[in-house]
Design a binder for this molecule. Structure first.
Ligand code: GDP
Ligand code: MG
Length: 163
């Protein structure tokens, strides 16, 4: 299957919230507790007349930093293999964490398109806070709020151009 988009990132950044918005169904379980979403969710979406599949990763992962070597690395590597484009989501509330740096390191080597989505940018102040994510070494980023959809249109416009 072509046009597969994977959403990767550490627990609790808002991947499933964004996924649910994309697929317009409540397929992924979202909870304020980290790691509630089960394994991987697959859904179908469409933007500007272009259809694509979306993978929400991060299933059974709990919110602890020391599990990176195991589960998050595995999820990111799976996504890299499987996807045609990758959305790497980070959280402006938390800033760059060591786990974000680890994921960025993996993604910098990838030949497929990687889009950096800085989530939870709910207000103008947070727009400024997002600047620190240039330090991930992945170039420019999109600021979004998956919860209310702000900024997601711009990200999706660019995404479907890459597919
Ligand atoms: P995941 O673990 O990466 O799948 O993250 P979830 O989608 O389960 O979301 C984790 C938490 O972040 C939940 O409490 C969400 O309601 C919250 N969240 C998601 N998107 C936003 C957003 O745009 N703004 C804010 N303030 N919180 C968000
Ligand atoms: Mg989730």
């Amino acid at each position: 299957m072509n046009n597969i988009v994977a959403i990767v990132g550490r627990p609790n950044v808002g991947k499933s919230t964004f996924f649910n918005r994309l697929i317009q169904r409540r397929d992924a379980i979202v909870d304020s507790v980290s790691g509630v979403t089960r394994d991987r969710n697959y859904g179908k979406s469409e933007w500007n007349g272009k259809e694509f599949s979306v993978i929400d990763t991060g299933g059974y992962i709990k919110g602890s930093d020391d599990i990176f070597e195991g589960e998050i690395r595995r999820q990111v590597e799976l996504a890299i293999d499987e996807a045609d484009a990758i959305i790497f989501m980070v959280d402006v509330e938390e800033g760059i964490t060591p786990m974000d740096d680890e994921v960025a390191k993996l993604l910098r080597k990838v030949k497929k398109p990687v889009m950096l989505a800085v989530n939870k940018v709910d207000n103008a102040m947070r727009e400024k806070d997002a600047i620190e994510f240039y330090n991930l070494g992945l170039g420019d980023y999109y600021t979004i709020a998956g919860m209310n959809g702000s900024g997601t249109g711009e990200l999706l416009d660019a995404l479907v151009e890459l597919l």
